[in-house]
Ligand binder design. Structure first.
Ligand code: MN
Length: 204
């Protein structure tokens, strides 16, 4: 047993032109795959050989195993991220929309806060919408760091590593972030995460 790289939940060209097939070819097919492969290579002969990616992240964090933490957290973060994307660009609805209005004032205020967090995050990392004790907030973590080790329930994320947007937008991170929020956000996934109340688990 080894951790898996779940299939993309959409066709490689489904998000174009905002996120091109070429970006997904590299981002999913090379970057994400490498994190999965390196995680499996690191655990294959040890006590974590049959562990879930979530268990590997937790163990690596507890043990201070930075290399294994970085690769396994990136494996999980990317699996989560693909679910945050969908062609179409619907607005949040139902309980998620109500929680956004309650905790940010309005969808527009929330979207601006999320975009600002993602654009201003210095260097590589991830911007997140998270829930803790029923309250929503926007935050960001550096490099591979993941909400799995911060005691919060992740609802939605934006990958702001340059490999997520450099082919399509070059240095213009804001164009990528704004495009994802306005046109490619899968709020149904975020709503499912809020309703569950515990962190999403990657399918084995
Ligand atoms: Mn990435």
């Amino acid at each position: 047993m080894a951790i898996t790289q779940p299939p993309l939940p959409f066709a490689e060209d489904a998000l174009a032109p905002d996120i091109s097939a070429e970006t997904l070819h590299y981002h999913y097919g090379k970057h994400h795959k490498a994190y999965v492969d390196k995680t499996n290579d690191a655990v294959k002969d040890g006590p974590l050989a049959d562990a879930s990616v979530e268990a590997i992240v937790a163990a690596a964090h507890k043990d201070g195993n930075k290399g294994l933490f970085n690769n396994s957290a990136q494996a999980w973060n990317h699996a989560f991220y693909w679910n945050c994307l969908a062609p179409g660009g619907a607005r949040p609805s139902g309980e998620l929309a109500a929680a956004i209005d309650r905790d940010f004032g309005s969808y527009d205020a929330f979207a601006e806060k999320l975009v600002t967090e993602a654009v201003n995050h210095f260097a590589s990392g991830w911007a997140w919408l998270v829930e803790k004790d029923g309250k929503l907030s926007v935050t960001s973590y550096h490099d591979a760091d993941t909400p799995l080790v911060h005691g919060v329930n992740p609802l939605f994320t934006i990958d702001v590593w340059e490999h997520a947007y450099y082919i399509d937008k070059r240095n213009d991170r804001k164009a990528y972030v704004q495009g994802m929020v306005d046109k490619l956000a899968n709020w149904d996934f975020a709503a499912d995460n809020l309703a569950r109340g515990t962190a999403w688990v990657q399918p084995a």
